[in-house]
Design a protein. Sequence first.
Length: 85
Amino acid sequence: MKKAILGIYGILLLVWVIMLILLIVATKFLIPLELPFPSPMGTILSSVMRTFLGIALALAWLYGWKKLYEEYFWRLVKALEKKLS
């Protein structure tokens, strides 16, 4: 039981660390990103591009979290099957 709880805590810690790293990446690189168009359309395109890149980062983070938990769950199921058989 303690091993299962430690596994969950490890996943949560990893997910939070990755989230903080992505926050740093977004503030250092994504927010200051500008397209070199001097017109108002360039500002709009830059904003749209930053929005889609931010959404892509968030979706990648969520997908990674989902994969971590799926892997953890199936390892737990296999260990339980082994213990019961």
